[in-house]
Design a protein around this ligand. Structure first.
Ligand code: ATR
Length: 269
């Protein structure tokens, strides 16, 4: 049996098994299954040894282990190394390798906005400095833009600035005077009643302003609902989620799976 896992804590909300099992079936991969496993930090070493012993074929890693998994791996591909964030693990030869498919997965979603009107995007505002934020900054710094970062715990913002010296740090509760896109990378909004404590009322009827929430479940956080009401452009994390899954599936199987309408429908249920 070829077993794949997504590990994290909490893990209930993860929709990765739906996507990967859909592709396993669609591409007729024999004796393969993808499961979610709620994991404690002390179990990470054992999970990696199960990959070494071919009991597990590949894993996805989610909150809060994207950094914590690194000491147990033999090598990192360049993006994982730069971002110090791993969301996909696979054994290549005798080596257990960590990959980061969040960064290219996010980057692909930007094509919608940036390829056409790059020059219109000067200021990017990122909220949060959690496990995924490094991947987001890494993707964005390739564009010639100002990046502003605000996180409740300033220490984590400073750690990111050490890695990406060009970013500008703001205090929690502050906003840049002007921004073209604001990206929520925090977990605020995973629970339906949560709200980011920032005032965006001055953005009324500004359709050019993009409010992007990496959360995809729920589909519209309060951050996006409010932006939609104001008339701003909104986007949730579903596209990024599909893209990172597609890239991970490709690493494990060499198949480039299709994000088809049936899969999108399945996720929308
Ligand atoms: P980790 O920080 O362990 O990698 P994460 O889920 O990837 O965990 O990141 C959580 C992000 O959401 C962090 O930016 C966190 O802010 P802190 O660094 O201050 O903890 C942010 N976050 C979560 N709940 C929050 C809340 N109620 N208010 C403000 N920020 C919050």
């Amino acid at each position: 049996m070829k077993k794949y896992l997504v590990i994290g804590n909490p893990i209930d909300h993860s929709l990765s098994p739906i996507i990967h099992n859909y592709w396993i079936k669609k591409y007729n991969l024999k004796e393969s299954i993808y499961e979610k496993r709620k994991t404690e930090e002390k179990e990470l070493e054992k999970i990696i040894s199960e990959i070494r012993e071919n009991k597990i074929r590949g894993i996805n890693v989610t909150v809060p282990f994207k950094q914590k998994i690194i000491p147990y791996l033999d090598d990192l591909e360049p993006t994982a190394k730069k971002t110090e964030s791993v969301n996909t693990v696979f054994k290549v030869g005798d080596k257990i390798i960590g990959y980061n498919t969040d960064e290219p997965g996010f980057g692909m979603t930007l094509d919608n906005f940036f390829s056409k009107k790059n020059e219109e995007f000067k200021n990017i505002f990122i909220i949060g400095a959690g496990g995924v934020t490094s991947s987001i900054i890494y993707a964005l710094q390739k564009l010639n833009t100002n990046i502003f970062l605000s996180n409740r715990t300033i220490k984590k913002s400073i750690e990111l600035k050490d890695k990406y010296p060009k970013i500008k740090i703001l205090n929690w509760g502050d906003r840049p005077a002007s921004f073209d896109i604001v990206i929520n990378t925090t977990s605020i909004g995973l629970k339906n009643n949560e709200k980011i404590n920032l005032d965006f009322r001055d953005c009324e009827k500004d359709k050019k302003k993009i409010f992007y929430d990496l959360i995809y479940n729920p589909k519209k956080t309060n951050f996006l609902k409010d932006a939609e009401k104001r008339g701003n452009t909104i986007m949730n994390g579903q596209k990024m989620f599909f893209n990172q899954a597609m890239l991970a599936f490709n690493i494990w199987t060499n198949i480039k799976p299709e994000i088809d309408s049936k899969l999108i429908q399945l996720m929308d249920k």
